[in-house]
Design a protein around this ligand. Sequence first.
Ligand code: NAP
Ligand code: ZN
Length: 347
Amino acid sequence: MPTVNAYAATSAKSPLGPQAIQRRELGPRDVLVEIKFCGICHSDIHTVRGEWGEATYPLVPGHEIAGIVTGVGAQVTKHAVGDRVGVGCMVDSCGDCSSCHRGEEQHCLKGFVGTYGATGKDGQLTQGGYATHIVVTEDFVLKIPEGLALDAAAPLLCAGITTYSPLRRWGAGPGKKVAIVGLGGLGHMAVKLARAMGAEVTVLSQSLSKKEDGLRLGAHHYHATQNPETFQKLAGTFDLIVNTVSAKIDLDAYLSLLALDGALVTVGAPPEPLSLNAFSLFMPRRIFTGSLIGGVAQTQEMLDFCAKHHIGADIEVIPASKINDAYERVLASDVRYRFVIDTSTLK
Ligand code: NAP
Ligand code: ZN
């Protein structure tokens, strides 16, 4: 089995470090991707630190992968050597349940195979994109259109689709007032995408420290949630609120900002349970829901939409040796707006 260089966590408490891992031999429908860039998602941090439950170590995180195809199995038809491709949060699913048939592989009834920390169909623990190469079945490999730089495209594979999917599902577009809570990796993509869809976009951030950035990214309005007046001023305003916050928030306060039949969609995944008051849902009638990444077809649709609208992530490219520092900066909300690992530094 091919051995490749990677960066791994060996426990919930220790820093990540260099680690050689093995990838499976190329099967008939497999694609070998030379990873060029991999984004750092807050989910990587939740996972390696055991915040969502016990993890298995060593664990190589990374599910925002962009690279070049360097090998294909004999039966591969969708990709060819030299193609620019991406891999997101899923590397397989059963392919045969009602969710998979609907193109909602993220809701596969047998459970999709996560890009890291999951058990693949070969029985091996999957390892993610903080590595030089990955082997993935062709159906879960996306095409990165020409015109999107690979480094700025990498975060689209998670942050992009996770925000694109609920914006589409809940009708972000002309005439709709959309608020994005939290201006981090997901939040900044949500602002760009909602703006490109034609919505009137508001950022709700903890403070006004990133206001200039928020407006540059495409927001029409920007408010600080630390200021209680924000909640009075904006009561009953929004058709859609997308919550990207990685920590617990006061759901009742955010629900109060929705108009009749407005929806609050949570994509942020704090380890602690969220709670709400039933009256927040019916005075007036409102929707509270969640959203998990997006299916393969919609991920490709999102990549094509981004190419058409010239949308990439705002990134800070780092060498692998800075991964642990980057984690601390993400936790301090000091990220503008996605760290992306240059995987050539793993060699
Ligand atoms: P991130 O870059 O750290 O952004 C999160 C933002 O939330 C921060 O920039 C900050 O924005 C705000 N925030 C952080 N702590 C806060 C607190 N205590 N109170 C209020 N606001 C706070 O993280 P990310 O990579 O965008 O991920 C965000 C969340 O989405 C994570 O929980 C991640 O696991 C989850 N996620 C879910 C899915 C899914 O499919 N549902 C997919 C990917 C990620 P401001 O500084 O602007 O306030
Ligand atoms: Zn992610």
